[in-house]
Design a protein around this ligand. Structure first.
Ligand SMILES: Nc1ncnc2c1ncn2[C@@H]1O[C@H](COP(=O)(O)OP(=O)(O)OP(=O)(O)O)[C@@H](O)[C@H]1O
Length: 347
């Protein structure tokens, strides 16, 4: 088991900077998720920890040891990628065994280790099959078993569930989390799926354009977004961000009026989550633009002169398109952001 430290890590590709001055401290036994849009530098960060890319600047440590010049195969990490990368001609048993052979683990220990790893991902009955005779979820579990079989210091997982359908992804999430808790192996997991990040992570690192935007627990990231990027990235639908002006304790924008901290003035962006809006009230006046019943929640889109606002309404809510509507905001849950996008106060 081990901690991972990235200190002032930069990765450039020619003149393009893929990862900028990254500082990250992954605690021993932690499940850390790197989350961000395509191209934000998640995989590059992961590949540097694995030793598949070398940082242009900075230090990478696993435990206390400096890794910069250590080959990937000499770092005690196991990786799971989105493609399962199983050997098609080998049985699942032999596939799981592969890392034990590579690491020259004494043969006498193999059978026990393989069966224990297979048991953990519920693949015990499938060990004799070839990968082609397994479902996608079973293959992904075989890839996980192969990663855990030799109990590395660190697991690195890069979008391991993205090839699976939604139902299977949900059940594999639970399985991965359970397995990580049981094995207590420090884990770095890359995804662009916020639900995966929220459900799996002890802490989430949100990245954009090679820069860390915020590091925090899922609750913290959701409740206290550091800037408009994080606020607009997390949540489904994400936080409504409404540009307007603040003056003398009031924020206003076309059709929107809410109290704000008296010290705010000038161009401000208001943030309000869809679930913190209620039908009826005097903070927002607009027209119904869309009503989407989904069973438990009805999603309502309200049009104002400046922007469409997303609201989670009760399951029974229905209203004619284009009808006038008034909405109240939970004023204890308003967010304000300055011109550079960073958070400036909670009312
Ligand atoms: N070998 C390379 N040469 C040049 N540019 C690269 C190289 N590898 C990555 N990049 C660039 O660095 C940036 C970060 O890439 P990276 O793969 O880390 O993104 P990501 O966040 O993992 O994206 P995705 O979710 O799409 O996999 C991207 O703009 C990418 O085009």
């Amino acid at each position: 088991m081990a901690s991972i430290l990235l200190k002032n890590v930069v990765k450039s590709f020619g003149t393009f900077v893929g990862v900028q001055d990254m500082n990250l401290d992954v605690v021993d036994e932690e499940f850390l998720v790197l989350l961000g849009p395509s191209g934000c530098g998640k995989t590059t960060t992961m590949r540097m920890i694995a030793g598949l890319e070398h940082p242009t600047e900075g230090e990478i440590r696993i435990g206390d040891a400096l890794m910069n010049d250590i080959d990937a195969r000499d770092r005690d990490v196991a990786m799971v990628f989105q493609g399962y990368a199983l050997y098609p001609n080998m049985s699942i048993y032999e596939n799981i065994r592969f890392p034990l052979r590579m690491r020259q683990v004494p043969k006498a220990k193999h059978d026990d280790l393989i069966r224990r790893a297979a048991e953990m991902v519920e693949l015990g009955p499938f060990l004799d099959r070839k990968p082609g005779a397994l479902s996608g979820g079973q293959r992904q579990r075989a890839a996980l078993a192969r990663a855990i079989v030799r109990q590395p210091q660190v697991f690195l997982m890069d979008e391991p569930l993205s090839n699976l359908d939604a139902k299977l992804r949900a059940s594999m999430r639970v399985q991965i989390k359970h397995m990580q808790r049981e094995l207590k192996v420090t884990t770095v997991y890359v995804t662009h799926d916020q639900i995966e990040a929220m459900t799996l992570a002890d802490r989430i690192v949100i990245m954009n354009k090679g820069v860390i935007q915020q590091i925090g627990t899922p609750d913290d990231i959701y409740s206290n977004p550091a800037n408009t990027f994080v606020a607009g990235f997390i949540g489904s639908p994400p936080m409504n961000l409404i540009a307007g002006t603040a003056q003398s304790g009031t924020f206003s924008s076309a059709g929107v009026r809410v109290p704000c901290p008296a010290n705010l003035s000038g161009n401000i962006t208001l943030g309000i989550r869809p679930e913190d809006c209620q039908i009826g009230g005097d903070n927002l006046q607009g027209q119904v633009y869309g009503v989407e019943p989904t069973g438990d929640i009805t999603y309502l889109t309200v049009r104002t002169a400046n922007k469409n606002i997303e609201i989670k309404a009760g399951r029974e809510f229905r209203a004619p398109i284009d009808s006038a509507i008034s909405v109240g905001f939970d004023t204890s849950r308003l967010y304000f952001f300055g011109e550079d996008g960073s958070r400036v106060g909670v009312n």
